[in-house]
Design a protein around this ligand. Sequence first.
Ligand code: PGA
Length: 223
Amino acid sequence: MKPTFIIGNWKSLKTTTEANAWFDKAEELLKNDPIAEHKTVVISVPFTLLPLAKERVAKANLKIFVGAQDVSPYDAGAYTGGVNVQQVGEFATHVLIGHSERRQFFGETPQLLEEKVKRVGQTAITPIFLVRSLNDAIPLGVTIVGYEPVEAIGSGRPDTPENANNMAKQIKERYPFVEYVLYGGSVTAENVAQFTQCEYLNGVVPGRASLAPEGFFALVHNA
Ligand code: PGA
């Protein structure tokens, strides 16, 4: 079985109460349907929920990893509002960098994203670098890339598996240091297998489909 990554992304959603309810249900679902060995499942939560997520995963010994959705490009210091790599690393093993929503709504530039990758590279945290197309450069040191065409995000109109596979092939050819390419954009429990079956794809990045535990673990099961 080839390694398969499922990187859930809660975006700017969920309170502590909602997150606790998600983990209650996750525990129950995973008891009946454990995650297969070759699958790496990460749930990327808002900063405020990182301690809770880490604790819930550890307590119930869930086979999922906790991810952050962003990290400061600066080290510890006088950077008000910044959450640096050491702080993220206390709770998370993975971090999303370069999501199109960060680029669009927070004005994140290629230079800034490269700085973030550099900082993360000095730690044990695994970056998952997200690109919208081949026009987004991938910094050295990135081994996991998510290809997420903007039109497919949140629209219910995923890219075709053929096109996503072809993009993954091109990314791997252009950036030989990239080991795994994932697809994101309107992935569901119903369509996930079409993507994970593709030769050059190594997993998926579900947003909305990660919010309800039933749907998310059905997606993990089908991946
Ligand atoms: P979506 O989001 O699954 O809700 O389309 C994907 C993403 O933004 O990573």
